[in-house]
Ligand binder design. Structure first.
Ligand SMILES: Cc1cc2nc3c(=O)[nH]c(=O)nc-3n(C[C@H](O)[C@H](O)[C@H](O)COP(=O)(O)OP(=O)(O)OC[C@H]3O[C@@H](n4cnc5c(N)ncnc54)[C@H](O)[C@@H]3O)c2cc1C
Length: 287
């Protein structure tokens, strides 16, 4: 199948993007890497009258580190996140996650902003953003606003983005002393969307966990911050008892949906398996 006919514009400034939204309203849609949107157009799941290609907005493309803050522009490609020395040093969770995002050809074009705005429930970057408590910057003709990633994902492919708004990027706190990150996912083939995945970040000092965030994805409509699992880690060592407590807590945190291939019960079982592994991975004792 081919896409419905659409007009194509490639503005060179954000103010031009806002003007285009003013002119076309809901009939306009942003095109970033096109790796999700073009497929949706071809399957006629979306039929915008106008595509606004933002790839000339080079200000949205970078990765920068200033003091303790890492800024990832909406147009930063998956490939640049994967190979960035700053990301490896300051945001090891994202560094670990990137090889799981699709395949090399898709990572060459796909963008950070596209992944966050598209909000696929099985995508890696939304989960990492929630685990790292990132802040997302949004802009429209009426100004800029910031939204915590933990409040941005509202439902299945549904976010806090308002009509006429553009995601500019995300801000993350760089890795602090004593903190560690671990990322695990189960997929049918490497590079496929996750069946279930987990992104974890927290302190492991003096042999005990504290201040951990554990986020499951591929299991619900949005990334799930597993607060009971984090509570089961708090103040505890990396031991079989802690692993068992975290695995038990996961049942309180998650209400998995079944999909075409995996029942809800299978997903919960796999989440428990990953919960056990992530405790050891966060402590650096995974084999
Ligand atoms: C075969 C295949 C496998 C894949 N596997 C994975 C996977 O395992 N994990 C994963 O995370 N992803 C996967 N993807 C998706 C890929 O990561 C996409 O690149 C990503 O989801 C969307 O990024 P994009 O830049 O291509 O966005 P586009 O496709 O250009 O846009 C996606 C949506 O976001 C909106 N949008 C884009 N940028 C902005 C912005 N700055 N502000 C506001 N709205 C915006 C668009 O209007 C559109 O609605 C896969 C894709 C394919 C085709």
């Amino acid at each position: 199948m081919k896409a419905s006919a659409f007009a194509y514009v490639k503005p060179t400034s954000l103010s031009d993007v806002f003007e285009l939204f003013e002119q076309y309203g809901d009939a306009a849609q942003i095109l970033a890497g096109g790796q999700s949107l073009i497929a949706a157009l071809n399957m006629r799941l979306a039929a915008p009258a106008v595509l606004i290609d933002i790839n000339s907005l080079t200000d949205l493309a970078g990765i920068s580190v200033s003091n303790d803050t890492v800024r990832i522009g909406a147009l930063a490609r998956h490939r640049s996140l994967e190979h960035s020395a700053e990301i490896a040093r300051c945001l090891p969770l994202i560094h670990q996650a990137m090889p799981h995002v699709a395949h090399a050809a898709i990572r060459n074009r796909g963008t950070f902003g596209g992944s966050i705005a598209y909000a696929d429930p099985a995508a890696e970057l939304p989960a990492c953003s929630v685990a790292l408590d990132a802040t997302l910057q949004l802009a429209s003709k009426s100004g800029e606003r910031s939204v915590p990633a933990r409040q941005f994902f509202k439902g299945l492919y549904e976010t806090d983005l308002r009509p006429g708004e553009v995601l500019l990027g995300g801000e993350f706190r760089a890795l602090q002393p004593g903190y560690r990150s671990a990322f695990l996912e189960l997929a049918r083939r490497h590079g496929d969307y996750a069946i279930v995945g987990v992104a974890a970040h927290g302190k492991f000092e003096g042999g005990r966990f504290s201040d951990a965030s554990v986020v499951f994805f591929g299991i619900s409509a949005v990334p799930v911050l597993a607060v009971s699992a984090a509570a089961a880690l708090e103040g505890n060592p990396c031991s079989p008892d802690t692993v068992a407590a975290v695995q038990a807590a996961v049942s309180e945190d998650l209400e998995p949906y079944g999909d075409l291939y995996h029942s809800a019960a299978t997903k919960l079982h796999l989440a428990r398996v990953l919960a056990g592994r992530i405790v050891n991975a966060l402590a650096g004792t995974a084999s």
